[in-house]
Design a protein around this ligand. Structure first.
Ligand code: NAD
Length: 284
């Protein structure tokens, strides 16, 4: 459980002035990264307490984080993937930040979400899956290493709460007759291209924003390209960029940028609540 963050007077004032803009926005989009899910207990790659500060994480990543690793060492890759990435992520549940984006949509403000995350937590928080663009793929889908045959593993519907599926402990092998190659997560690994259709929809979600619209940038170090170019495209169209992070990033130099420093899972709900209150007042 995250410790309670105290919202300073300056931040409260920024939340209030920004909530007015959010309440009046014609279009709202979000661009999210690993920090969005940090308060769900999933480690980030970079930033305070990032997973890859030590030695073991980066070494494991060179195996299960690259297509070469999966091709040359599929068994080692599967085991490293489970122990360093999937198993720690499996029990995670959506946090109030994920739910805040879903709440906006439920209140009549649809939010297109472009996420670099692979954890599926936006959809589980209630955001419409057709408006969530996973530009780096997802750990909820799998494919065989050679022919791309698709696999999914079932979620335990009886479990309360429902978490991510149990995965086989031994590396699974493609069951399509004549194939038999090992199976890997359908995530974008280092050196791989982004999925074309999803990327095109993500670009559209950014470039359709204009003056008066809002892009919420949540928990990303802004270092992974080409994803990090998306907020720049939205800013160039004149959209407001509201950024939520523990630390400043290079997005700070964008025009119409406002920085909400602190845990997104606590600040984003405060902003959304205030914006919906203002919208409600405008209607009454
Ligand atoms: P990153 O790890 O490079 O950076 C995380 C950012 O989140 C940092 O700037 C950090 O300061 C910020 N942050 C940490 N906790 C926060 C909080 N509570 N509130 C607000 N901000 C917080 O993440 P990235 O930019 O998304 O790039 C890393 C890549 O690794 C992405 O492709 C991502 O998909 C992948 N990844 C995904 C997950 C996941 O699916 N949950 C987890 C780790 C890494």
């Amino acid at each position: 459980m995250a410790s309670k963050f105290t919202i300073s007077e300056d931040l409260a004032s920024l939340i209030h002035s920004s909530a007015k803009i959010l309440a009046a926005a014609g279009k709202v989009a979000a661009f999210t990264g690993a920090g969005m899910s940090a308060e769900s207990g999933i480690g980030t790659f970079r930033g305070q307490g990032g997973l890859w500060k030590g030695i073991v994480g980066p070494v494991a990543l060179t195996v299960f984080g690259t297509p070469v690793g999966w091709r040359l060492m599929p068994v080692v890759s599967w085991k490293a993937y489970l122990s360093h990435f999937y198993d720690p992520m499996k029990p995670a549940l959506p946090n109030p930040g994920h739910r805040a984006l879903a709440t906006l949509a439920e209140a009549g403000v649809p939010v297109k979400i472009v996420t670099q995350n692979v954890d599926g937590l936006h959809q589980r928080a209630g955001s419409d899956p057709s408006g969530v663009y996973e530009v780096h793929g997802t750990v909820l889908k799998y494919k065989c290493n050679h022919n791309g045959h698709r696999y999914e593993f079932p979620v335990d519907q009886a479990a309360d709460p429902q978490v991510m599926p149990d995965l086989p402990r031994s590396p699974p092998v493609c069951s399509v007759p004549g194939c038999g190659y090992y199976i890997r997560p359908d995530c974008v690994l280092f050196t791989e291209n982004l999925p074309g259709g999803t990327w095109a929809r993500a670009e559209d979600a950014m470039t359709e924003l204009g003056p008066g619209d809002v892009l919420l940038v949540v928990g990303t170090s802004s270092t992974v390209q080409p994803a990090a170019s998306l907020p720049v495209a939205a800013a160039a169209k004149g959209a407001h960029v509201f950024e939520f992070n523990l630390e400043e990033t290079s997005f700070g130099s964008l025009p119409n940028h406002a920085f909400f420093q602190g845990p997104a899972g606590q600040i984003l709900p405060a902003l959304v609540e205030e914006a919906l209150r203002i919208r409600g007042e405008g209607r009454s």
